[in-house]
Design a protein around this ligand. Structure first.
Ligand code: RUB
Length: 329
């Protein structure tokens, strides 16, 4: 299937990381479905659903770890399959699909705002915070607290190999928040000065583990050792329903050239290079998760999943998915 040009461009931007960060990835993927729905020339309801399902399949291959992406797609496709039963025309199902995409996009924006408000209450005057990578949810918490008049400073890791920390540093300092940029390797060195670690999430599993940018688990380990609290800011559409039935979140491994250039490798000699983009932080190293529904301890993740997705058996989950989520490339 050929995507409309605008949809293909957004899908490529997600794959190549011009669009990145779990929340934005989900919103943009759902935007692709919206463009496909708006541009559809399908002659009947089945053909329309087929077009959306094909687009969903392409999107699922773009970034494997951000669970928000399949959850966003699932939200839309679930609504579409609900209305398929009673849609008399393509126009009807088309408008149901577009409405579902608009709802999801709106919900994600409201969620970030709520997380900002809820999380800001946990930041105190004179706090020294530490953040890793570039999370819009974590940034919303910090900006809200700052705009409410709280005074604090933030240590920001560079986040090799793609330096998303530079984006965070720019955004926070642009709001007037004092920022110190540090090497990823310097986290343990500085941890004794830190009051709270505040990070985002690519996925939260049923047992409350966090999947986030590579290095997050080392930050959390250093925090645990120094008895520094670790707060995670995560919208509920980052919670992974698959993990309720024992599936693992797939960790994306990106090109080795992000770690070392081909020219440098030639100088070094015959070596293997590995570049996992995310890692898993166990729930024992996390104090709380700030969601738009309130603050939960990591072990409360299963309750959020049950509330949002219901208690589901593997069979129901497969049916609910409508297509294979973990398709191999
Ligand atoms: C981004 C990253 C972010 C989470 C949360 O990784 O790990 O911490 O996605 O971000 P990448 P947000 O740059 O590889 O996409 O809170 O904005 O959803």
């Amino acid at each position: 299937m050929r995507l409309p040009d605008e949809a293909a461009r957004i899908a490529e931007d997600i794959r190549s990381m011009r669009i990145r960060g779990a929340g934005l990835i989900a919103r943009s993927a759902v935007e692709v479905l919206q463009v496909v729905a708006r541009n559809s020339r399908a002659r009947d309801v089945d053909a329309f659903v087929g077009e959306l399902t094909d687009a969903a399949g392409l999107l699922l291959k773009t970034r494997p770890t951000a669970v928000s992406l399949p959850n966003g797609i699932r939200y839309v496709m679930h609504k579409v399959s609900q209305s398929k039963g009673h849609a008399a025309s393509v126009a009807e199902i088309q408008s149901a699909a577009i409405k579902a995409t608009e709802e999801f996009i709106e919900n994600t924006k409201t969620a970030i705002q709520r997380i900002g408000e809820i999380g800001a209450r946990r930041i105190r005057d004179n706090d020294v915070l530490l953040t890793h990578c570039n999370s819009s949810a974590a940034i919303a918490v910090m900006k809200t607290a700052w705009n409410q008049g709280r005074k604090f400073e933030v240590l920001v890791t560079e986040t090799r190999p793609r330096f998303q920390g530079h984006l965070t540093a720019r955004e926070l300092s642009g709001s007037g928040i004092p920022v110190t940029l540090i090497l990823d390797d310097a986290v343990r060195y500085f941890m004794q000065d830190v009051d709270k670690v505040l990070i985002g999430a690519d996925a939260i599993t049923a047992n409350g583990a966090l999947v986030n940018k590579i290095g997050t688990s080392m930050v959390a380990l250093a925090a645990h050792e120094a008895k520094v609290r670790v707060f995670v800011a995560a919208e509920t559409y980052k919670f992974s329903p698959e993990t309720m039935v024992g599936e693992l979140v797939r960790i994306e491994e990106r090109d080795s050239s992000e770690v070392i250039s081909k020219t440098e490798v030639r100088k070094v000699g015959p070596i293997r290079i590995r570049n996992p983009s995310f890692d898993v932080t166990p729930p024992e190293f996390i104090d709380l998760i700030i969601t738009e529904r309130g603050i939960i301890p990591p072990l409360g993740a299963i309750l959020i999943l049950e509330e949002v997705f219901g208690v589901i058996t593997p069979e129901e989950l497969r049916e609910y998915q409508t297509y294979e989520l973990h398709e191999e490339e």
